[in-house]
Design a binder for this molecule. Structure first.
Ligand code: HEC
Length: 287
């Protein structure tokens, strides 16, 4: 506790001190009427004590940073070439159990919440040791350190961390902190995107079925295999023609608020949706 208290005192002094009183703040740029107003004159800035909350925040972030040594997996700790080698090694040795997209299969996911829970806040060495000594589970420690390092690079890249100028080596693992992965931005929605929408089911011309007042299509999150539950998913202003809705007993759902997942097909003047999931969210379609 002592060092932090010192730091706070330090910062408090500096904020109240000459740096904030000095010519920089008196110079012509700060002379204009806008900076003469009571807000800048008032006790808020003049009184060193009221600057302390700011100082505390600053001191805490400085202390945390210093304590954790600073370096993290966000600092470019592998190269693109290394991650590319890792990708093919991963494909051959890991994807069968952890899935090509790291989403998990018979082995747990190596990204998202699971990754964060198991590895975030720990040293990168922990992740490396786990892989190099216990994986692949059907042939532990069979890959050697270099291949394991390449695979770590691939896993980090897939978790959204940037490549840098230097390859990851075994002696560079210490003191690099793992952070929770950064979800990749969803791919842009285009023709033949797999999407989900919510809308009102109404009969269209010639035995067709339409989803009206539909929400903007979004790419379903891989985690959600079922509708975003609750009837609170809001409607929108779009209309989709549903393909093969009869096969889903559309008639039984006429006028209801429906959740639809499927492929988006964009035609001039019409958007269509194939159906791979079709679920009632509310028996009426009032907003
Ligand atoms: C034969 C299936 C299989 C293969 C192949 C395999 N794993 Fe695993 N892996 C698992 C299972 C099952 C677990 C969880 C149980 C355990 O820890 O042993 C696991 C756990 C892990 C963990 C710990 C993750 C966590 O959240 O607990 C990591 C990291 C990991 N594997 C990485 C890899 C890598 C990298 C490869 C390729 C070099 C690989 N695994 C190959 C089955 C496999």
């Amino acid at each position: 506790m002592k060092p932090q208290e010192l730091r706070i005192a330090d910062c408090g002094l500096r904020i109240g001190g000459p740096a904030f009183r000095g010519p920089a703040f008196r110079g012509p740029a700060f002379r204009g009427p806008a900076f003469r107003g009571p807000a800048f004159r008032g006790p808020a800035i003049r009184n060193p004590q009221s600057a302390i909350p700011v100082a505390i925040a600053a001191a805490i972030s400085v202390a945390v940073f210093a304590q954790e040594g600073g370096k993290t997996v966000a600092d470019g700790v592998f190269t693109d070439a290394q991650a590319a080698r890792g990708a093919s090694a991963y494909e051959a040795a890991c994807a069968g159990c952890h899935r090509a997209d790291l989403g998990g299969n018979t082995g747990p996911a190596l990204r998202d919440q699971r990754f964060a829970r198991e590895f975030a806040g720990k040293d990168l060495k922990a992740l490396f040791t786990r892989v190099a000594t216990t994986m692949p589970r059907n042939a532990p420690a069979s890959l050697g350190d270099n291949v394991s390092l390449d695979i770590i690079a691939h896993v980090l890249k897939e978790n959204g961390f940037p490549a840098g100028p230097r390859e990851l080596t075994a002696d560079a693992l210490d003191g690099v902190r793992v952070l929770p992965g950064r979800p990749k931005p969803p791919p842009p929605i285009g023709d033949f995107s797999y999407v989900e929408v919510v809308g009102c089911l109404v009969p269209g011309p010639q035995q067709t079925w339409l989803l009206t007042r539909a929400s903007a299509p979004v790419v379903p999150s891989t985690a959600a295999q079922s509708p975003p539950v609750g009837s609170d998913a809001s409607l929108g202003t779009l209309t989709f023609r549903l393909i093969d809705a009869i096969a889903y007993a559309a008639k039984d759902h006429a006028g209801q608020k429906m959740y639809v997942r499927g492929l988006l097909i964009r035609l001039p003047g019409e958007e269509r949706l194939t159906i791979s999931a079709f679920e009632m969210m509310s028996p009426d379609c009032a907003d």
